[in-house]
Design a protein around this ligand. Sequence first.
Ligand SMILES: Nc1ncnc2c1ncn2[C@@H]1O[C@H](COP(=O)(O)OP(=O)(O)OP(=O)(O)O)[C@@H](O)[C@H]1O
Ligand SMILES: [Mg+2]
Length: 348
Amino acid sequence: MSTGQVDSADKPLAEKDLGGRHLTHPVPLLDGSPQMRAIMRIVENVADTDATVLIRGESGVGKDLVARAIHAASGHRDGPFVKVNCAAIPSGLLESELFGHEKGAFTGAYRRKLGQFECANNGTIYLDEIAELPLALQAKLLHVLQDFLFSRVGGDGLIDVNTRVIAATNRNVEHAMIRGEFREDLYYRLNVVELHVPPLRERKEEIPLLASWFLSRFNEQYGRTKQLAPETMTRLTEYSWPGNVRELENVIRRLVVLTEGEQEFRALAARGQNGHAGPPQPASVVTESLREIARRSAREAERHALVAVLERVRWNRAEASRVLKVSYKTLLNKISEHELTPSWRRQF
Ligand SMILES: Nc1ncnc2c1ncn2[C@@H]1O[C@H](COP(=O)(O)OP(=O)(O)OP(=O)(O)O)[C@@H](O)[C@H]1O
Ligand SMILES: [Mg+2]
C-alpha cells in the first residue's frame, strides 16, 4: 500500500478502522492533507457521540468515504451502514422508502415494508443529497430527529429506532433556505457537526498520493505495470479537477487501461476547466424531409442543452433537473437516451 505511513499503532483512522469491511476497497488516504487530517480529527472526536453530522462539499470530494469513516469509528460500527440517495428516489416513494409502509397503505402496498430508518437500526443511516428532500418530508424528518420515533406510512403505531444520522449535500443549503426550499430548523438539527470536505484543487498535496494509490490499484486490477512520467505527475498536480477525486480516479484508470490515456489527459489538462466536449457538428447536406430535420434538430438541441447544463453543474443531476425543469427521473432517462457520460468518464 502506498500511504506513506503504515507502521505503528498510530495508523490513520481510515486505514485502521475501515479495513475494507464497509468498503469495496480499503481507503488509505483520508489523511493526505492538513484539511483532511483536520476532518479526520473531528471524525474521531464525534464518532462515539450520537451527534448528527452534515457533510458538505462538491461532487466527488469523498463525502461518502467520510460518512463511512464516521460509521466505522463509531459504536455503531457493527451495525448496518444504510445509504439513501434522496435525489434518486421519486418524491412520491421517498416517505415509504425512508419510513416504510403498512400493508394496504396505498395502491400496490401488498405487504408491510420496512423503511431504511428501521433497516439502519443500531447502525448509521446516511442521507445523501439531503437538500433534495421534499418539504413535507423535511418536516417528518425533523420530528424523527427530535425523538427517533416515527410511524410507517399508513400505520399509527410508533416505531423507535436507534440510528446515527449522517447527511450530505453538494448544494448551497443557505441559498436553498433563502428560496424556501430547505427548512432552516432542519438544517440546524442536521448540522450539529458540519464537515466541509474541500475540493481537490484546494488540497493539491494529496494528488500525487492519490494518483499513486489509484495507479497501483488499477495496475493490479487490470494486470498492467503502467508508470507515471514525472511530467504527467506535474500535470496531474496542476490540473484543477472540477470532478475532484472521482475525476482523478477515472483519469488514472484511463491512463492505465488505454494506450492513448496519457495523451488524452494532456489534452484535457490543456483545455483546462473550461474545456468543451468538442467542435460543433457540421450541418448535414439536405437530404431529409422537413419533419426529419425538425426531429433531428430538436434532438441535437436537447443533447446540447443537456451536456451544457450537466457540465456546468458538474454532473449534479438533481441540480441539472432543476435547471432544465424536468423531473430527476426524466433527466436520468434523457442521459441514458443520449448516452451521455461526464467528460472525465468518457469511454467507461
Ligand atoms: N481519499 C480518498 N482515497 C481514495 N479514494 C477516494 C478518496 N476520496 C474519494 N475517493 C474516491 O472518489 C470517488 C468519489 O468519492 P465519494 O463518492 O465519496 O464522493 P462524494 O463527495 O460523495 O461525491 P457525490 O457528491 O457525487 O456523491 C469514489 O470512487 C471514492 O472511492
Ligand atoms: Mg456521495
